[in-house]
Write a protein that binds this ligand. Structure first.
Ligand SMILES: NC(=O)c1ccc[n+]([C@@H]2O[C@H](COP(=O)([O-])OP(=O)(O)OC[C@H]3O[C@@H](n4cnc5c(N)ncnc54)[C@H](O)[C@@H]3O)[C@@H](O)[C@H]2O)c1
Length: 434
């Protein structure tokens, strides 16, 4: 099928490449002209493993094309909307971009066209889209709108597209159930479990999934703090807890906190929804606060390990992306730590193998180094915030020479502690015994 894809962010590009590799022809549209020019030149505007090679291969095969034209090409049977849903004046998950894109497609696409909304919607989102459909229908038949949330993880996006945990599609009106099933059928070659339901329930599936994952991370982080206090090891504790199939090991890893464009935003969106609905949800309400308190606790712990006031200290922050495998710094815990450290009077220099530019754009106050040693020059402490594999191979002897102090505080359990200690450094790990 010829697919039109609107919004070339991480989700749009993964979806476009994924469908192209399934043999579909995909035309990708974005309002960001420089982004489209980058893509048309065979380069990826985001760092995502395998993305650039895949863009080149699918473009060369004639299955992937890029445009700034908002109108679907003649013959495209389906438009897939992957625009952003950032926090807006009304709170998290603004549907402004989605409504704008869907309204345009309702006008420009033929009545047998299907508009698939892959962006994350708040629970009231489907009603808003249905109002657009209703308004358009007063002028005659128009395309059908179906929702189809994305569950991919940045850094593993292409792999997740090829092996999704599930495919979920939602209908705005019961009469559109067959169209929702037809959208689910597009993913049939991937052999994933499929669920077709009303779009409100589908929106809640997406929100609840992410808030549950955020809860697991927040739980592991609080466990890490307990481990620090009582002398236990959080990796052993979560390994043992996760051996229970009812709990599972995934997303039960302690670290500097939840981040990315999805989990923190949705950890705010679900409590707002329950508050508006008048439903007390103390557990769900607590997740966001737990995350913020965790970042304060990490900085406080660093301060107590440092043995001198944070004010006037210099900290090298290794890892700025919200997780390894991406250059995305949206809601990155590393940037939250940088802010907390600066608020405590410390100077911060960051380093990241992929996210230096995005981090500097997000936090213009942040100084960055071109490698770990440069970031560590004159530092009293190194704080590791992202689990990049390259941090395992850091030259700790060079770090020791560059640093003024001797503390390495690793919140991800990623560094080679033995090598760092051999270089004369003091290594402490969040929730783990030295
Ligand atoms: N990033 C993730 O890991 C992830 C995972 C699952 C779901 N989601 C959800 O998927 C959606 C997209 O996420 P993202 O991170 O890719 O978003 P993003 O904001 O990074 O990218 C959106 C893109 O859409 C473009 N755009 C906006 N309005 C447009 C329009 N009218 N026409 C054409 N292009 C337009 C923007 O220029 C931008 O390039 C969001 O709802 C997000 O919550 C994201």
């Amino acid at each position: 099928m010829h697919l039109f894809l609107v919004g070339a962010g991480p989700v749009g590009l993964v979806t476009a490449v994924g469908f192209a590799r399934l043999g579909h022809r995909v035309t990708v549209s974005d309002i960001d002209a420089p982004r489209i020019a980058t893509l048309a030149a065979g380069r990826s505007p985001i760092f995502e493993p395998g993305m650039e090679d895949a863009i080149r291969a699918e473009s060369a095969a004639g299955r992937l094309a890029f445009t700034t034209d908002p109108v679907p090409p003649a013959g495209a049977g389906c438009s897939i909307v992957c625009v952003g849903t950032p926090t807006g004046p009304e709170g998290p998950l603004s549907t402004e971009q989605v409504e704008h894109a869907v309204a345009g497609l309702l006008e420009s696409a033929p009545p047998d066209h299907v508009i698939v909304v892959r962006s994350t919607l708040p629970v009231e989102g489907p009603d808003r889209l249905d109002r657009l459909v209703e308004a358009r229908r007063t002028h005659g038949p128009c395309p059908t709108v179906i929702t189809n949330p994305e569950f991919m993880r940045e850094g593993a996006g292409l792999r997740d597209f090829d092996a999704p945990s599930r495919v979920v599609t939602g209908w705005l009106r019961p009469g559109d159930r067959d169209a929702a099933q037809a959208v689910a059928d597009l993913y049939a070659p991937l052999n994933a479990p499929t669920l077709v339901a009303d779009a409100r329930s589908v929106a809640l599936i997406k929100l609840a999934s992410n808030v549950f994952l955020a809860t697991k991370i927040a739980f592991a982080n609080e466990l890490a703090r307990i481990c620090d206090a009582v002398g236990a090891d959080v990796d052993l504790v979560t390994a043992g807890v996760g051996m229970d199939d009812r709990i599972g090991r995934a997303f039960l890893s302690a670290g500097p906190g939840i981040g990315g464009s999805c989990l923190p935003e949705q950890a705010l969106a679900l409590p707002l929804l329950s508050a508006r609905a008048g439903v007390p949800t103390p557990l769900i309400d607590a997740v966001s606060g737990s995350n913020a308190s965790h970042q304060r606790a990490v900085v406080a712990r660093l301060g107590s390990l440092l043995g001198r006031p944070l004010a006037g200290s210099r900290v090298a922050l290794l890892g700025l992306a919200f997780k390894a495998g991406t250059d995305d710094v949206r809601e990155s815990p590393a940037l939250a730590l940088a802010r907390e450290l600066r608020a405590a009077g410390a100077a911060v220099t960051g380093y990241d193998p992929q996210a230096r530019e995005t981090a500097r754009r997000a936090d213009p106050q942040l100084e960055t180094g071109t490698d770990p040693v440069e970031a560590a020059r004159g530092a009293d402490a190194v704080l590791v915030a992202t689990e990049w594999a390259e941090f395992r191979g850091i030259d700790w002897a060079a770090m020791r020479r560059a640093m003024a102090g001797d503390l390495v505080y690793d919140t991800r359990n990623v560094v080679d502690a033995r090598a760092a200690r051999a270089a004369g450094l003091r290594v402490e790990m969040l929730g783990r015994r030295a």
